[in-house]
Design a protein. Structure first.
Length: 534
């Protein structure tokens, strides 16, 4: 049967290497991966292996954002991991190279590699280049925020359309330190992607070169018998968290690194993120909280420069092994900094003394929630709750001008099981910023945020409303108190009152009763455990 599709006796005498591609035609993030897969396969052949390419699904967060379709995004992470695992197991591949692009394909591929524990690595397709609008660089984040500006009468429809037409100029994943680029740098620090390879932009000519090199590298891993679980250690996960913290990365990193740790059999908890964040300075001035794009970071010296900063500060576990066969410390020492760059601050002048992610707990979120503090100065907030039971209702209230300065927007029943699928809230958060309320309104949800979200926003509130978490007891007008320095998120209610309200709670009718959405809702864990299925 293999000969029927073109393989020869010579091909079949060599190691069979699966090339797990996430190519799809629906989005720029993964659109160019067919080109890269050909380069990976050429590298495998040149190093003595036989590549066999196969594909899996992908769901675009940016396109699905604000719609019912967004519920498919996080669920797709599990399907991606499952399908890559099944094909590799079913055909007894000797090694695997996984190609990722958009947000969930990145952790999904690595989760599969951790399960399979075959010699393997992951290559990220790279970032899109910035668009140009009215003389300055823009990303998809600017489009979402422009929706809020348009609704508030601060931008014309013609300007909004012009921005839409120029924000995404070609192939590649979203250009800021949003979820895709956050996970790309995290997995370089984890060691499962070659240091410096993921950061090469999607359409940069060097991307073809690093893809070819990945094909060669996987054959070296096979000869050395080096496996993902030898690389994905607790110290390596600490390095990955440090990378997220120092670059002001996405809150979604918490979910994804918890999930990868679980697949690798390594103990990691949500509290560990806060402990590491407290020690790591915020050094990279990247969007959404900062000024620069992923392509600017690459031009400044890239991931390796970030690693060198943490190495010099004594904040990197330098002895951790990477798929290159070198340690992370050895990789970091090869850094080359572009003279005059302003993207990565020196250690003597950090943007903030601590990293970009914090974990809050309290009577609203006993299991914790995640707040990104990069890019805004608010560390405390107190205000009345405006409670909504789904994202669409909150978005409509923002567009209609019903959310006022001082409000705390609460969006619930959007958690892993309640959504199901834990939708991102970029439509709402961007509209709040676009309406000029970014520094005067807070938000909390049992759903997720896009990596492009900024402002005082608490996501992943756990337990979620659909599991009878305290967020289900909140009513409009309740006073919510954020205290970031104390790491607390509370409602000004007694435990007795919360318990009384929850005693009258009835679970909502499931939105889906059949199919993948219903199956996921039945089996998914809490966000505080990575929203994994079991």
């Amino acid at each position: 049967m293999l000969k029927a599709v073109g393989f020869t006796d010579d091909d079949l005498s060599r190691p069979l290497v699966g090339v797990a591609n996430t190519w799809i035609e629906v989005m720029p993030c993964n659109y160019h991966l067919r080109r890269l897969s050909e380069k990976v396969k050429a590298g495998i052949r040149a190093a003595g292996g036989t590549p066999i390419e196969y594909n899996t699904i992908a769901v675009s967060d940016g396109i699905a954002m604000g719609t019912e379709g967004m519920k498919a995004s996080l669920i797709s992470r599990e399907v991606i991991a499952d399908s890559i695992e099944l094909v590799a197991r079913g055909h007894l591949f000797d090694a695997v190279v996984a190609l990722s692009g958009c947000d969930k394909t990145i952790p999904g591929t690595v989760m599969a590699l951790a399960r399979l524990n075959l010699p393997s690595l992951m290559l990220y397709g790279g970032s899109i280049m910035p668009g140009k609008f009215q003389g300055h660089d823009v990303t998809i984040q600017d489009v979402f925020e422009a929706v809020g500006k348009h609704a508030a009468g601060k931008m014309t429809e013609a300007e909004l359309r012009d921005l839409e037409n120029h924000a995404c100029p070609g192939a590649g994943a979203c250009g800021g330190q949003f979820t895709a680029n956050t996970m790309a740098i995290a997995f370089e620090f984890l060691g499962i992607s070659p240091m410096g390879f993921n950061g090469v932009p999607a359409m940069d000519p060097r991307k073809d070169e690093v893809a070819f090199r990945c094909g060669q590298l996987v054959m070296e891993l096979l000869r050395k018998d080096l496996h993902p679980r030898q690389i994905i250690t607790r110290k390596a996960l600490d390095n990955a968290i440090a990378a997220v913290a120092t670059t002001g990365g996405s809150t979604n990193a918490v979910l994804h690194l918890l999930a990868v740790a679980r697949e690798a059999g390594v103990r990691l908890t949500i509290d560990d993120f806060d402990k590491i964040n407290r020690k790591i300075p915020l050094l990279a001035d990247l969007k959404p909280g900062g000024r620069f794009m992923a392509a600017d970071l690459y031009a400044a010296g890239g991931t390796t420069l970030v690693a060198k900063r943490l190495l010099d500060a004594g904040l990197l576990h330098a002895d951790q092994l990477a798929v290159t066969g070198r340690t992370i410390g050895e990789e970091a020492r090869q850094a080359s900094e572009t003279p005059g760059q302003h993207v990565v601050r020196p250690l003597s002048n950090p943007i903030k003394p601590a990293g970009g992610l914090v974990i809050l707990k309290g009577n609203v979120a006993p299991e914790g929630c995640v707040v990104k503090v990069a890019g805004h100065s608010m560390t405390s907030f107190r205000g009345p709750a405006r409670v909504f039971d789904r994202e669409e209702d909150a978005f409509a209230a923002v567009k209609a001008g019903q959310i006022k300065a001082g409000d705390v927007v609460v969006i619930r029943y959007e958690g892993p099981a309640g959504g199901p699928g834990m939708r991102e809230m970029l439509g709402v958060t961007a509209a709040i910023v676009g309406a000029g309320l970014g520094e005067s309104v807070a938000l909390l949800t049992d759903g997720r945020f896009s990596g492009a979200t900024h402002g005082l926003m608490a996501g992943h509130v756990a337990p979620e409303a659909a599991k009878k978490g305290p967020i289900a007891a909140l009513k409009t007008g309740d006073i919510i108190v954020f205290d970031v320095p104390a790491r607390t998120l509370n409602v000004k209610l007694t435990q007795k009152e919360i318990k009384t309200r929850l005693s009258k709670w009835k679970p909502p009718v499931p939105r889906y009763t059949t199919g993948v959405m219903a199956k996921y809702a039945r089996h998914v864990s809490s966000a505080s455990e990575g929203a994994v299925t079991s």
